[in-house]
Ligand binder design. Structure first.
Ligand code: GLU
Ligand code: MG
Length: 439
């Protein structure tokens, strides 16, 4: 760093609005700040993605600590000769040092601990992201086209390098189907690390885009009527020694009993989960039929319109499939905190394991061509068709509500109902523009 500059470190959390917010201090104070971090305020969790607090159960009272987590660092070049942009993801603790009820990172840690203690299982995950890049080049017919990458090579190489510097291993980078739409996949990691990496990836992408005079948006729908940006959450289960336990080639879908029960738990609670995994008003513009997202709470083998998709693997001699076998949850987007998304999936899956739920029906083809009665017979429910409906489902789901706890559930519902109220004053096109800027 050049002389004359003093860098800052910002301790942040990924919150209910899916925003990364925090407070900074001079970089030279980092060691001193590791233990108690920075002060934080309960009502901050009620700031919605439009920057407003329509209502809060916490008022102006109360104090918390936002404390840097080990492994939470994001380091980014901010420009030649300038100090690094240094963010550290943290945990929100009460003044007594306990996890605060609305700390989403602590919630995920608790979910993963329960999965270990009650089921002897660990979760490995990877968040696959789609996003829109403002300065991407657009021409008719350019879906997946090599030409879609032209002119943005500088951004791409800096983005991938920045991921590596932050211990995130890029797997693929591709031009997607939509105009100026791109996708980045990364290697899987242990649950908490995977969620941290998803938060980091979005921040890194936006920051590098900005340095290239552009913007990146992960909003579920950037332009109304155009294909959405999904977050596909890939997961697999291991035992406590790290050995995969999801694959069993003697069973339907080649899913082991425990993996099938885990999936059954997710499907049982899918309607409430949507409130947490697809949490914006326009998320439901993405979750439409035939959009390669998800429309029903179903499990299918290699079908990109299922909520849970059994992912493919090469079927060649000598390959250890059990290490590649994974399931993908497609009903998620980047308006949510990855910590909350993964926590919700783990709690629902664990419930399925606890109850030893039977393997879900594995659908082939579009469940939309079946009658309501046929879907019901196969245990396939509709996903919510709006955020309001999803919140109703969350309020009516005692299991998910119980796992989140009443303080978080009530704050969450209040936060999101306020967002719906604000959104109701906008046209859909304007709303998509607002969300595109927010995410
Ligand atoms: N854009 C689709 C979504 O909203 C996903 C397309 C794909 O399968 O990659 O989830
Ligand atoms: Mg994709």
């Amino acid at each position: 760093m050049a002389d004359g500059y003093e860098g800052i470190v910002t301790v942040c959390c990924s919150d209910i609005a899916g925003q990364v917010r925090g407070k900074g201090f001079p970089a030279s104070d980092l060691e001193k700040r590791r233990r108690f971090g920075v002060g934080w305020t309960p009502t901050n969790v009620m700031i919605n993605c439009f920057g407003r607090i329509p209502a809060t159960p916490f008022g102006a009272e109360g104090d918390l600590m936002l404390v840097p987590a080990s492994g939470g660092d994001i380091r980014l070049e901010s420009g030649p000769g300038l100090p690094l942009e240094h963010i550290i993801l943290g945990d929100i603790l009460t003044m007594a040092g306990e996890p605060w009820e609305c700390c989403l990172r602590s919630l995920l840690a608790r979910a993963l601990r329960a999965l270990e203690e009650e089921a002897g299982l660990r979760l490995v995950a990877s968040f696959e992201h789609e996003f829109w890049y403002e300065r991407g080049e657009e021409r008719p017919g350019d879906s997946y086209a090599a030409s879609s990458l032209r002119g943005m090579e500088g951004f791409i190489s800096e983005f991938l390098a920045a991921l590596r510097v932050n211990d995130i291993a890029p797997d693929t980078f591709l031009p997607e189907y939509g105009p100026r739409q791109y996708e980045i996949t990364i290697d899987p990691a242990e649950g908490l690390v995977a969620a941290d990496q998803a938060v980091k990836l979005r921040e890194i992408c936006r920051s590098v885009a900005r340095r290239h005079g552009s913007r990146a948006s992960f909003s579920p729908v950037v332009t109304h009527g155009i294909v959405g940006n999904g977050v596909h959450i890939h997961f697999s289960l291991t035992d406590l020694a790290g050995l995969p336990v999801g694959f069993d080639d003697t069973r339907p879908g080649k899913m082991s009993e425990v993996c099938a029960s885990f999936c059954a738990g997710i499907l049982r609670h899918a309607r409430a989960l949507c409130a947490l995994t697809a949490p914006s008003v326009i998320s439901y513009e993405r979750l439409k039929p035939h959009s390669w997202s998800a429309y029903y709470a179903n499990l299918a083998d290699r079908d990109r319109e299922a909520l849970l998709r059994i992912c493919p693997y090469p079927e060649v001699e000598g390959l250890d499939v059990s290490r590649r076998f994974n399931i993908e949850y497609r009903g998620a987007d980047a308006a949510a905190s990855p910590h909350l998304q993964l926590a919700a999936l783990v709690f629902a899956g664990l419930e399925g394991v606890r109850e030893a739920l039977p393997s879900p029906f594995i659908s082939t083809g579009d469940p939309g061509r079946w009658s309501d009665a046929e879907r019901a017979e196969r245990g396939i429910t509709d996903l919510p068709r709006s955020l309001g409906e999803a919140l109703d489902a969350l309020e009516g789901d005692g299991v998910i509500g119980g796992c989140l706890g009443s303080v978080l559930t009530q704050a969450y519902v209040m936060h999101k109902r306020g967002e719906i109220e604000m959104a109701s004053k906008e046209t859909l096109a304007d709303l998509c523009s607002l969300y595109a800027e927010a995410y």
